[in-house]
Design a protein around this ligand. Structure first.
Ligand code: PEP
Ligand code: MG
Length: 829
């Protein structure tokens, strides 16, 4: 057992390991730890110990700190290439050192200029069951400041013996994206059902297979060799099940976030701080820092027995509360259910137990356990997994309050402020639901985190991942938060403030007017009707769209209805969902898109073989045509909707007329069998091939709908999911507009209507151009319906046609956007 306080070995800025710009360190492959971005030039001993090794290139040193625990300190990244230049060791292997003793002096300038990075990781490279506690990260440190505690408990959950034989089996992870959340959850379910105690070993790291977080923290990539060890229960059978899950060639990768089309263009206005949009909207207000409440927790306990009882009581109390609260309707209920699952994770409990065994109080032990789990998740490098770290801390704080018999301090936040936070916990956001907050600007976080989902549900704009740039902003600083572009402007000029306020007022008026207009169809100022439809991914979306005045559904992403399925949804299950969506939009047309999986939208229940280039592989309609039973089941489900007369069927990723002919054949045969009349069939125009042959495709389609997200990625040859290309992948690129124009022209030869259901339809700069090119229906997220209707009402066809002609002649997307901005200003005047 060990409990050692490590002091900062360097002056600088402390960082979590995940921030180290080298995956070997950042992903925890060498062990747990943290890092310092140095401002000082001398590495010091973080605690007493013995120098074990000093690298020949003099940039890295290991220190034995007792109880078999060894620390590696590695000055900079790729500094081995400096071959010792600029490094002066002050100790030698075998030397005993005291905390604070200088170890290596180095030329900081030479490291900064000559190496990939000066960030210096400090890693626990040896030591069983060592936990990092009380880490001080993301802040300035001086040499000798308390940085982190090393605690090894010596009691692991796996030490509990289970009767029966022990079975060991070696295998290799074949999952294309490695072991991530969904297959991990399935492994946990299999293990729990088996009654066996199962441990996964990968190299020198192990995790209980009953712990989803323990499994994720192993960070098993494709190709990693693992050993499965099972004892008791149905050991052999569960090993076979786990092996099947690890070696599946189809990856149950995290699915794309539903109903949130990517914003394909980011323009950062000068002086703005750039983050990532998490919940849409625009807000103006004074800054208000939300300081993370950390309860005063006693470090040492009153003895193992007492603290274990406290821990058990705390877990039980929170479980009971979450059990009741999880019945809350809507997204909050879903989040609380997820929190209950985190509470049930045996790894969290085992780590907390181990902390108590090491002398911590129950409250300190649960916080330390959450910190360790969170650090492991952050080190995974997978954004979605990293986001779950906040949920773990939230759950741990609930347990701490239950143990201490305290309640979290009620958050008192003035109405209308823009809340700034280092990070936000879901429970804090839920507590703010009634506060009428203007917006959220968060240093960390991710766009698919639970807090982002909750903020969108509350209708409050949120920008995440704004980073350190917002730290200096004082309470009361005037801010403009643009959560559509993902930016924050501090101390804006009066004129900028006035524009933002005007936009907010205009949007509010437009929304009120559109809501008041109810289901009145949208029309341009000269009377030309333009359909404003909604893109949907769930029954709840349909209800929101109806309330917002959608004239129909222009795109039901059916793949989003069955994201997490291990088995294909039956005809009845599909039919129930389609019925719900159609009923949610009474009397209005509903375009149901056939399953669009493959590419960036995996469907775990369809064994689509791994592909080298999935965006150009078996995706969209290619999947359905390769598996007639999938197409048959979906068509049957759609045709069974009682109100099928309001349904239209849309074919994704069409590249040739043959595909439309094949689907039409299958549909007509089924209609004949079931005795159902005509159901309109449309084609999505998402490939350059479909746009270029729109006249031919229109010969076999009742309508065309442009999927501008995919069309843009294929026309520009830019992966729509690649953040490095996000600034360049703009649907207003003249090349994309010329193909949209070609589509409208081709469709017009057959009298077939054209809509746009990709993200471009919801872009206020793009919508007038699309109308000018011939598009007559815009299908947008439900929240955009009122503003899109208001925008359309201010336009005339002649003006949009002039704008479209100018856009087609422009040389770049930036030029098109400049034209569209001038047009918007003229229209507003
Ligand atoms: C599109 O590609 O624009 C589209 C609407 O389809 P999805 O975003 O679902 O691929
Ligand atoms: Mg698409």
């Amino acid at each position: 057992m060990i409990d050692v306080q490590l002091k900062a070995p360097l002056a600088g800025w402390s960082l979590p390991l995940a921030a180290v710009p080298d995956p070997v360190f950042a992903e925890g492959m060498m062990g747990p730890g943290l890092a310092i971005d140095p401002t000082g030039d001398t590495l010091h001993a973080p605690c007493d110990g013995e120098v074990l090794t000093l690298h020949a290139a003099r940039h890295a040193i290991t220190l034995g700190v007792g109880a078999g625990v060894a620390l590696l300190m590695h000055i900079g990244i790729d500094t081995v290439a400096l071959a010792g230049r600029g490094f002066e060791p002050l100790v030698a292997p075998g030397d005993q050192v005291r905390a604070g003793d200088p170890l290596i002096r180095f030329d900081l300038d030479a490291v900064v200029l000559g190496a990939a990075s000066a960030v210096t990781p400090m890693i626990v490279v040896e030591g069983e069951g060592v936990t990092l506690v009380d880490a001080v990260v993301d802040g300035p440190v001086a040499v000798g400041d308390a940085l982190v505690r090393l605690v090894s408990a010596g009691v692991a959950a796996s030490a509990i013996a289970t009767a029966g034989e022990t079975v060991r089996h070696d295998t290799i992870v074949l999952l294309p994206h490695g072991l991530h959340a969904r297959p991990a959850a399935r492994i946990v379910a299999a293990v729990r059902a088996s009654g066996a105690e199962v441990t996964l070993h990968a190299g020198d790291r192990s995790a209980s297979a009953a712990s989803p977080i323990g499994l994720l923290a192993l960070g098993l990539a494709q190709g990693t060799a693992v050993t499965l060890e099972a004892r008791g229960g149905a050991a052999r059978q569960v090993i076979a099940e786990i092996e099947a899950l690890l070696t599946a060639e189809v990856d149950a990768a995290p699915a794309a976030a539903p109903a949130a089309p990517r914003i394909v263009q980011r323009e950062i206005e000068p002086g703005a701080i750039a983050g990532v949009p998490a919940a849409p909207g625009l807000a103006v207000g004074p800054a208000f820092w939300l300081r993370m409440e950390t309860p005063d927790v006693p470090t040492s306990g009153d003895g193992c027995e007492i603290e274990r009882d406290r821990l058990a009581a705390g877990f039980a109390a929170v479980d009971a509360r979450l059990d009741t609260a999880a019945a809350t309707p809507g997204q909050l209920g879903g989040v609380l259910t997820a929190h209950r699952a985190i509470l049930a994770d045996p790894d969290l409990r085992a780590r907390a137990d181990a902390g108590i065994a090491a002398g911590l109080s129950a409250a300190a032990a649960v916080l330390a356990a959450a910190e360790t789990q969170g650090a492991a998740l952050r080190a995974s490098g997978n954004a979605r997994i990293v986001e779950r770290a906040d949920d773990i801390r939230d759950v741990a704080l609930r347990v701490v309050h239950a143990i201490l018999g305290t309640e979290p301090a009620a958050l008192s936040v003035p109405a209308g402020v823009i809340v700034l936070a280092d990070d936000l916990l879901p429970s804090q956001l839920a507590g703010l639901a009634a506060a009428r907050v203007g917006g959220f600007a968060v240093m960390r976080g991710g766009p698919t985190s639970h807090v982002a989902i909750l903020a969108a549900g509350m209708g409050v704009p949120m920008v995440v991942a704004l980073g350190e740039a917002i730290r200096p902003l004082a309470d009361g600083t005037m801010l403009v938060l643009d959560a559509d572009s993902g930016t924050l402007i501090a101390d804006p000029a009066e004129a900028r403030l006035a524009t933002a306020r005007e936009t907010i007022a205009t949007r509010a008026t437009a929304e009120a007017a559109a809501l008041a207009a109810g289901n009145r169809p949208a029309a341009m100022a000269d009377g030309l009707p333009i359909g404003v439809y909604a893109n949907l991914g769930s029954v709840a979306d349909a209800e929101a769209a109806a309330a917002a005045g959608a004239e129909g559904c222009g795109l039901l992403r059916t793949e989003f209805l069955f994201l997490d399925r291990a088995t294909a949804p039956s005809v009845d299950e599909q039919a129930a969902e389609y019925r719900g969506v159609v009923a949610g939009l009474p009397d209005r047309p509903v375009v149901i898109r056939l399953l669009d999986v493959g590419g960036d939208k995996p469907a775990p229940y369809l064994a689509i073989p791994a592909e080298e280039n999935p965006a150009l592989g078996v995706r969209g309609i290619r999947v359905a045509l390769a598996r007639p039973e999938v197409l048959d089941a979906q068509l049957r489900a759609i045709l069974s909707v009682p109100d099928v007369a309001r349904c239209r069927i849309m074919v994704p990723m069409v590249a040739s007329v043959d595909e439309m002919i094949a689907v039409r054949g299958a549909l007509d045969a089924l209609r004949g069998e079931l005795g159902i009349g005509p159901v309109p069939l449309g084609a999505m125009i998402e490939t350059p091939a479909a746009a270029a042959t729109a006249d031919l495709i229109a010969g076999h389609a009742d309508f065309l709908s442009i999927g501008s997200n995919d069309l843009t990625q294929y026309v520009l040859a830019m992966d729509r999911g690649n953040p490095a290309l996000a600034a360049g992948i703009d649907g207003l690129h003249p090349a994309v507009l010329r193909l949209i124009e070609m589509t409208c022209r081709g469709a017009a030869t057959r009298g077939v209507p054209v809509s746009v259901c990709g993200g471009l339809a919801a872009d206020p700069l793009a919508a007038p151009i699309l109308i000018g090119l011939g598009v007559r229906t815009l299908s947008v997220p439900p929240a955009r319906i009122p503003s899109t209707k208001a925008l359309v009402a201010a336009l005339t066809l002649a003006a949009t046609e002039r704008l479209a002609a100018a856009a087609l002649a422009a040389a770049s997307a930036a030029e098109v956007r400049a034209l569209a901005r001038r047009f918007a200003e003229d229209t507003d005047r």
